[in-house]
Design a protein around this ligand. Structure first.
Ligand SMILES: Cc1cc2nc3c(=O)[nH]c(=O)nc-3n(C[C@H](O)[C@H](O)[C@H](O)COP(=O)(O)OP(=O)(O)OC[C@H]3O[C@@H](n4cnc5c(N)ncnc54)[C@H](O)[C@@H]3O)c2cc1C
Length: 380
């Protein structure tokens, strides 16, 4: 069995690491305080080809594989989670539904700017009344002579209100009770983006609640087959789980990097704190968790790239890596002692950023549900 990134993958990973250290790392604290990212960093990731990684050249992409996207998300996330999720959501939730379910007219209209990082798109599934129960969509789409009229609300939608957000895909229930997806261009009358909420972490990532009041979109805004919105989104979520696992892997790896360096340098009782077994063993355990997270994440990506079923492994990778990341931030902050509680330490922001990983793209409970059902258990 050969299951490892190729030399090309590793070279690409080094390129993204150098980019992240040069273009992201110096600005992370400032962007976190500002609560937003400059559009320039999105453009720069686009110029590096990161937004086009999994798409064919016909649509401006590089025709790369999903593992390459995961490596890029891991490396960016190792330096900053907010920039990492902007990339992950931009590709997975923004461009991918249009590429996978759109017709050529929709692809030509939206993909060139999304794939090049000149624009961002978002996907609105979660509603104020529920995210895990995504099939309970209450947003309504009513057909008229001019197109569709949307009424309803979406909650916590990533990349939905940036200055370069061009379009948001939303799920809505049609009069026959089925769920379909609709492309809503930004600034469509009746489509309102609420002010950004104050979040625990991912400060620089763009998040907004959205509302639709008699919002009219054209007939050609229906994305994919009518009635297939929910089914299509579940498939998008499988990819998203692997991508979020990669983001969590970057977080856990960053915790390990920072903690090992600090444990070698910080002195207590006449020597480095890394000589205390309590510290050294915690970091040994953390390195095992990082390795496990990497293996699960890369294997899920490899299964997808080789055309094999990867849904159950995507849920395992998401569950394991995100819980490992949360635990890693706790260990890292402990290793840093009081300085780990200070905003200028490298681990305090990771501590705040990690929690959402266990919630977004399906909570840990939902991943356990998916995995348990895969075992044939009649769990509800
Ligand atoms: C920063 C941020 C960005 C986000 N970005 C997006 C986005 O771009 N697009 C989008 O559509 N959504 C997005 N979300 C929403 C996110 O996916 C949901 O918050 C998540 O799916 C959970 O849904 P909920 O918040 O409604 O929690 P609920 O579904 O209300 O869950 C509450 C609790 O109940 C548990 N629970 C629910 N059902 C079950 C069950 N059957 N069995 C066991 N436990 C259960 C959950 O695990 C959780 O612990 C984002 C959220 C945040 C915070």
């Amino acid at each position: 069995m050969e299951f490892r990134p190729s030399d090309d993958h590793l070279a690409f990973q080094r390129t993204v690491r150098e980019f992240a250290l040069a273009e992201v790392a110096p600005h992370v604290a400032e962007w976190d305080r500002a609560g937003s990212l400059p559009v320039g960093i999105v453009h720069a990731m686009g110029e590096l080809g990161l937004f086009g990684l999994p798409f064919p050249e016909r649509w401006g992409g590089s025709g790369g594989d999903f593992l390459s996207l995961c490596l890029a998300i891991e490396e960016i996330g190792r330096v900053d989670q907010s920039v990492g999720v902007t990339l992950s959501a931009g590709v997975g939730l923004g461009a991918t539904p249009i590429f996978r379910y759109g017709n050529d007219e929709q692809r030509s209209r939206w993909l060139p700017d999304l794939v090049s990082g000149r624009a961002l798109a978002a996907f609105g599934l979660t509603e104020p009344d529920g995210g895990s129960d995504a099939g309970a969509t209450r947003t309504r789409a009513t057909p008229t002579d001019d197109g569709w009229v949307l009424n309803g609300a979406k909650a916590f939608i990533t990349n939905s209100g940036t200055p370069i957000t061009s379009v948001v895909t939303v799920t809505a229930r049609t009069p026959d009770g089925q769920i379909s997806s609709f492309l809503v261009p930004s600034k469509t009358p009746g489509f309102t983006v609420a002010p950004a909420p104050h979040k625990l972490g991912w400060h620089a990532s763009d998040t907004h609640d959205l509302s639709f009041e008699d919002c009219v979109v054209e007939h050609r805004s229906l994305l994919g087959e009518a009635g297939h919105g929910y089914r299509n989104f579940l498939s998008i979520l499988d990819d998203g789980r692997v991508a979020l696992a990669a983001l969590a892997l970057g977080c856990a790896q960053a915790c390990l990097d920072h903690s090992v360096a600090y444990a070698k340098e910080r002195q207590a009782f006449g020597g480095p704190i890394g000589r205390f077994q309590a510290i050294a063993f915690a970091l040994a355990d953390l390195s095992v968790a990082v390795e496990n997270a990497r293996n699960l994440t890369y294997k899920a990506a490899w299964l997808k790239d080789s055309g094999q079923p990867f849904g159950p492994l995507a849920a395992m990778a998401k569950l394991y890596s995100t819980e490992a990341a949360v635990s890693a931030t706790r260990v890292a902050t402990q290793v840093f002692g009081g300085s780990g509680f200070m905003e200028d330490s490298p681990v305090a922001r990771l501590y705040r950023d990690a929690k959402i990983l266990e919630i977004g793209e399906g909570t840990s409970e939902i991943q356990r549900l998916v995995i348990a059902r895969g075992l044939g258990l009649p769990v509800g």
